[in-house]
Structure formats: C-alpha cells, structure tokens
Design a protein around this ligand. Structure first.
Ligand code: NAD
Length: 360
C-alpha cells in the first residue's frame, strides 16, 4: 500500500528548500520504486493570508491522515503583529501536539568538510555525531498550573509546573535506547537529580528501562555538566536523552558546534513512528526569495524520513553520502562558504545532490 507524505512548505525560504527536498524524494521514489504519494498543503503565514488561519482544518486533516509530514518553516515579519494565538509559530506547536509527536530527534552532525565553519577548533568538532532525543510534549512547557498572580502585598509572581509521569519518561527512554542500538549503543541521560524530584524519578525510570537494553551503555549527567561537556569534548556523546526544556537548550548549543543552521534536520515522532520532519532553522526572511538558502537541512530531513518512518535506512545513507560527496566537490551555499570552493544557490545545490545520487 502506498504511503502518503504531507508536504507543507510554509513561509520565507520554506518553499525554496522544500522544492529541493521534494526533488530528491521524487528522484528516490522513481529509482527505488517507493510507493509514495506526496500531497501539498499550506501552513503558517501563507495559510493565514489565504484562509485566515495559520493551520487550516484541511491541512490538519491531511497531516493526520498522512503517514508523515515534511515541513519547511513558518513565520516572518509580515505576521509578527498578529496576536500571539494567531502567530504562524503556534501552528507548529498545535501540529506537534495534535499529532502527539512526543519524541524530538535532533542530530548534531558535523560533516568533516565543514569543520572550519564551526566556532570551535576543528579537532574538537571534526566527526561530531550526536543524536538528541528530547521529550517534546511534557515537562515545564506544558505543566499545569501555570500563570501570573498577585500576592496579598500587591506584587505579582509567576509560576510554572515541572511534571513528568512514569509513562512519559518510559516512552522517551525506550525511543532513545532503540535509536542508540542503531548507532554506537551509548545513551547519556541528562537531568538535575541533585536538585529536582522530577529528575530523581526521571533517572530511576530511565535506569529501569535501560535494564531491558543490556547491549546499550547508559550514563547519567547533570545538565550543567552536560552543557560544559558539549563545548569541551562533544565527541564523547552518542545519544543524549533529556526533558523538553533541557533538550531545547542543549540541542541548540550542539547545533551551533556544527557551524551552520542550514545543515541540521529534525524529526518529531509519535508512538507509531509517524513523524514530522523539518529543518531546525526558521523561515529566514532576510534571504527569502533570493535563491541562496541552503537546502541541505531539508534534504537531510528527507533522509531522516526515510530512516525513521519509511523503514529505508539504506536509502537514507545514500542521501547522506550524496551530500558528503557534493561537499567533497567543494560546492557551498553562502551560509557555509568560507572562501574556498564554489559558491552555489539553492537550486544548484539540490541538482548537485541528485547528480551525486545518480552516480552511485
Ligand atoms: P532563522 O533560522 O529563520 O534565521 C536565522 C539566520 O540563519 C538568518 O540569518 C538566516 O538567513 C540564516 N538561515 C536560516 N536558515 C538558513 C538556510 N537554510 N540557509 C542559509 N541561511 C539560513 O531564525 P530567525 O531569523 O530568528 O526567524 C525568522 C522567522 O522564522 C521568525 O518568524 C521565526 O519565528 C521563524 N522560525 C520558525 C521556525 C520553524 O518554522 N520551525 C524556527 C525558528 C524560527
């Protein structure tokens, strides 16, 4: 039976980079006779302009019905003055929660060819390959009660609730161990168990789940140390599993070690491995429409889609190798151009990836 992929290009550079990702997916569908149906819909500011809402019901219905979703990015100055509930970014949050995408996978991979684009020394980051598994639908970002209240003396105070249940911790832990099995069999669980009760439970439950994966080595690290280790010796990590907020902060730190935001994909998965795949960058309104955006994060998102939702790890590796050989050949979009090699635009980069795939 054919699988349906919802294509949501979004705003800004979203349509430009997703066009290249779709070109690659269409090429692979033909080459490998993949039974895939692609259907496009609007999301974000462009959906607001057309339908008066950033997540039209028809888009949500398509995303629900589809086996997975490939998304570009949303947002831009045109919609910044909308009230918060109507902002394009809210469409993404709603999509993630409606689809129950609780596991956010964010690889921080440095292609060795780009080691000189990182802010850290090349020998510290060369070969970096970390997979963050961040809990995405629980923790302090969603905990109740939350709010701002006025104390009897008249001053205001604000509060949020950090809460995790055993089932929530278990499912993200299983996800991390299963992924580690397909990588280098190491999981580091990051918490703050010296201070927070939630972290004590987190550590206990992750340890219990880990006992079912004897082939995976489990370590625990406090979040402050993890932040330090990520910039001191990031290559010690394989899979890092952590809570929503710690993962948000640490994965952005790690992303920056790799040099360019234009190279990093992500996946958000549900229990059945249905996923929303998207680059980690935003709509980049400053360069939208100029044909210079880096499409590689979007193309790497296609590789993640193949690996995690379509069960095609070998084809995913082909995509990653094709990108590597394009970088070997010296092709660089503006964001990763350091003076050497050949500067190319969005479309040329997409075409080069397809050329490299054709030659393999
Ligand atoms: P951004 O990621 O869009 O851009 C940050 C910088 O990185 C910009 O200078 C941009 O030109 C550059 N950049 C980003 N992607 C690039 C690519 N593929 N190739 C080359 N350069 C690239 O972040 P921002 O400027 O803070 O946000 C712009 C808009 O995007 C805002 O409306 C924001 O809310 C939204 N946003 C959306 C998402 C998402 O859709 N997931 C994520 C972050 C920000």
């Amino acid at each position: 039976m054919s699988k349906k992929i919802a294509i949501l290009p979004g705003d800004g550079i979203g349509p430009e980079i997703i066009a290249e990702a779709v070109k690659v997916l269409t090429f692979l569908r033909r080459e490998h006779a993949l039974a895939l149906e692609l259907e496009q819909a609007t999301v974000g500011g462009s959906a607001y302009d057309e339908h008066g809402t950033t997540l039209p019901e028809s888009t949500l219905a398509l995303a629900r019905e589809a086996d997975s979703v490939l998304l570009g990015a949303v947002g831009g100055p045109k919609w910044d003055s909308l009230e918060p509930a109507l902002r394009p970014e809210k469409a993404l949050l709603r999509l993630r929660s409606e689809l129950e995408l609780f596991a956010n996978l964010r690889p921080a991979v440095l292609f060795p060819q780009l080691a000189d684009a990182s802010t850290l020394k090349a020998d510290v980051v060369s070969g970096l390959d970390i997979m963050f598994v961040r809990e995405l639908t629980g923790g302090i970002y969603f905990g109740e009660p939350r709010g701002v209240r006025t104390r009897p003396g008249g001053e205001r105070e604000a509060y949020n609730t950090l809460v995790y249940s055993e089932p929530e911790i278990k499912r993200i832990a299983h996800c991390a161990f299963a992924i580690a099995r397909k990588r280098h069999a190491k999981v580091c669980s990051v918490d703050k168990a010296n201070v927070l009760e939630v972290s004590v439970l987190w550590r206990e439950v992750v340890t219990d789940v880990g006992a079912q994966y004897n082939d995976v080595a489990l370590t625990h690290m406090y979040v402050d140390n993890a932040a330090m280790q990520l910039v001191r010796a990031p290559k010690q990590f394989d899979v890092i599993v952590t809570t929503n907020m710690f993962g948000d902060i640490l994965s952005d730190t790690a992303a920056m070690l790799t040099g360019s935001i234009g190279m990093l994909p992500s996946a958000s998965l549900d229990r059945a491995s249905k996923g929303l795949y998207e680059p980690i960058h935003g709509a980049a309104p400053d360069i939208a429409g100029r044909g210079i955006a880096n499409p590689l994060a979007a193309i790497l998102s296609v590789a993640m889609l193949l690996r995690y939702s379509l069960g095609e790890p070998d084809i995913a590796v082909r995509v990653e190798q094709a990108i590597s050989s394009v970088l070997d050949a010296g092709l660089r979009t503006a964001d990763i151009f350091t003076g050497k090699g050949q500067k190319v635009g969005t479309r040329e980069m997409g075409d080069a990836v397809i050329d490299a795939l054709s030659q393999r």
